[in-house]
Design a protein around this ligand. Structure first.
Ligand SMILES: *Cc1c(COP(=O)(O)O)cnc(C)c1O
Length: 373
C-alpha cells in the first residue's frame, strides 16, 4: 500500500455521529452555536491561552488579524519568512501590506532574529514569524525587537498546535497566533483555524470581522467578510481533541524511530531538537547534502516514489521564488534558498507504524548501505 506524506486523524464514526446528533434536533448549523462554544472553551483550556476566535480555516483567521489590528490597507511593510506555506505571505499581501522576506536559521528553519533589524524601515508595522514544522521561533529575541520598534508580532502557528515553550502554550507569545485545523495538521476540524490573543480589545473585532462586520442587529460598523466555523466542524474538533494526546504520542514514536535510523548518517541533516520545548511532532523534515550523501533531494524523492512512498518538497520553491512573488525587490535569503532545495518532508501521521518508518528509511539508505557493505 502507498505511504502518503500525511493521513488525517479521524475519530470513531460513532463518536462523531453522537456529537452531531443534537444539531439535527436544534437545526443550529452555524453562527456561534453550542458546539462552537464547547470547542472554543476546550481549546482555550488545551492551548492554555486567554482568548481564542475560531474560523472557517487558518488562512482566513490569519488574514483577519491584520484588519482587526488596524493594519489593513495601511501600505505598511511586514517582515516575514519565505520558508513557509504560501498562505502566510498571501495573508499579508491580501491586506494591502508588503511582505519583506527575512532569512531563516539553518538549524531550526525559523526566522533569523539577527537579520530582522536591518530590514526595519519607517514603514514596518509588524513581524510575522512562522513556527515552521512546529519548531519554536526565537520568541524572546523577536519580542525585544518588536518592543524596541513598536511593531506587532503575529505568529503563524499553523504547525505548532499543542507545542509548549518554557511551560507555556505557544499561543501566548506575540500579539496573536494563528493555528490551522486543516485536515493535514496535527489537530483538525476538517477545515478550520483559530487565532489566540491576549488583548481583550481584539475580541469584538475578531468576532465581527468574520461575520460581515456585524456588530448588532441594526449596526454594521466594519467591512468584514464571512469566515465563521460551523457546528459540524466544531463537532469534528471536539472528537479529535479527545484523542489529541494519543495522536501526538503516536507521532512522537514514529519521530523517534526516524531519528534512530537517520541520525549520524553522512549527508543527512535532521531538524535541531530544541530545549525547553514540548514538541508536537508535526513534520519530519530531512536535508540532503548531495556532495556527502551522493544523491540530491530530488533523487531521493523520486526513488521513494518508485516504492510508492510519497514525501513532499515542503517548502519548495521558497515564496520569493514563486511566480507571484519573484519580482518583489527582496531576494537576499540564501539560507532559505539552500534549505528549500535540500529539504524533504517525510511521511508523518498518527497511524504511521515503526515498520512503515523502517521501510521508508530502508529506501532512503539503500544506496549508502550498499556502499558500506
Ligand atoms: C496550513 C497552513 C496555513 C493555512 O491554514 P489553512 O487552515 O489550510 O487555511 C498557513 N500557514 C502555514 C504555515 C500552514 O502550514
Amino acid at each position: 500500500m502507498a505511504i502518503m506524506v500525511t493521513k488525517s486523524s479521524m475519530p470513531e464514526y460513532e463518536d462523531y455521529i453522537k456529537e452531531i446528533k443534537p444539531i439535527f434536533e436544534s437545526h443550529h448549523l452555524t453562527n456561534t452555536g453550542p458546539l462552537y462554544k464547547k470547542l472554543q472553551h476546550q481549546l482555550i483550556e488545551y492551548l492554555n491561552v486567554p482568548y481564542l476566535s475560531m474560523f472557517v480555516n487558518g488562512h482566513m483567521a490569519l488574514e483577519t488579524v491584520f484588519q482587526a489590528m488596524g493594519l489593513r490597507d495601511t501600505g505598511g511593510e511586514v517582515i516575514t519568512t519565505a520558508f513557509t506555506f504560501v498562505s502566510t505571505t498571501h495573508a499579508i499581501t491580501r491586506n494591502g501590506l508588503k511582505p519583506v522576506f527575512c532569512d531563516i536559521k539553518p538549524d531550526d528553519f525559523t526566522i533569523d532574529p539577527q537579520k530582522i533589524e536591518a530590514l526595519i524601515t519607517d514603514k514596518t508595522v509588524a513581524i510575522v514569524p512562522v513556527h515552521v514544522y512546529g519548531s519554536v521561533c526565537d520568541v524572546e529575541a523577536i519580542e525585544a525587537i518588536a518592543k524596541k520598534y513598536n511593531l506587532k508580532v503575529i505568529y503563524d502557528s499553523a504547525h505548532a498546535f499543542g507545542v509548549k515553550y518554557k511551560g507555556k502554550g505557544i499561543g501566548n507569545y506575540g500579539d496573536a497566533s494563528m493555528f490551522s485545523f486543516h485536515a493535514t495538521k496535527v489537530f483538525n476540524t476538517i477545515e478550520g483555524g483559530a487565532v489566540a490573543f491576549h488583548d481583550e480589545s481584539l475580541r469584538e473585532s475578531m468576532h465581527s470581522l468574520k461575520n460581515f462586520g456585524i456588530k448588532s442587529e441594526e449596526c454594521v460598523d466594519k467591512i468584514g467578510g464571512n469566515a465563521k466555523m460551523d457546528e459540524f466542524r466544531s463537532a469534528m474538533g471536539i472528537c479529535n481533541l479527545r484523542n489529541i494526546e494519543r495522536c501526538i504520542t503516536a507521532r512522537g514514536k514514529a519521530f523517534a524511530r526516524y531519528n534512530e535510523r537517520l541520525s549520524g548518517i553522512r549527508g543527512i541533516r535532521l531538524m535541531k531538537e530544541q530545549s525547553e520545548v514540548i514538541p508536537n511532532y508535526a513534520y519530519y523534515p530531512v536535508c540532503f547534502e548531495p556532495s556527502e550523501f551522493g544523491e540530491t533531494r530530488d533523487d531521493v524523492c523520486e526513488r521513494l516514489k518508485k516504492h510508492d512512498i510519497y514525501a513532499r518538497k515542503y517548502f519548495y520553491p521558497a515564496i520569493n521564488e514563486m511566480e507571484c512573488y519573484k519580482n518583489s525587490d527582496n531576494k537576499e535569503t540564501p539560507v532559505t534558498a539552500e534549505i528549500s532545495r535540500k529539504v524533504l518532508t517525510l511521511p508523518m501521521y498518527e497511524d504511521l507504524t515503526a515498520e512503515e518508518v523502517d521501510k521508508i528509511c530502508d529506501v532512503i539508505l539503500e544506496k549508502i548501505e550498499r556502499v558500506n557493505i
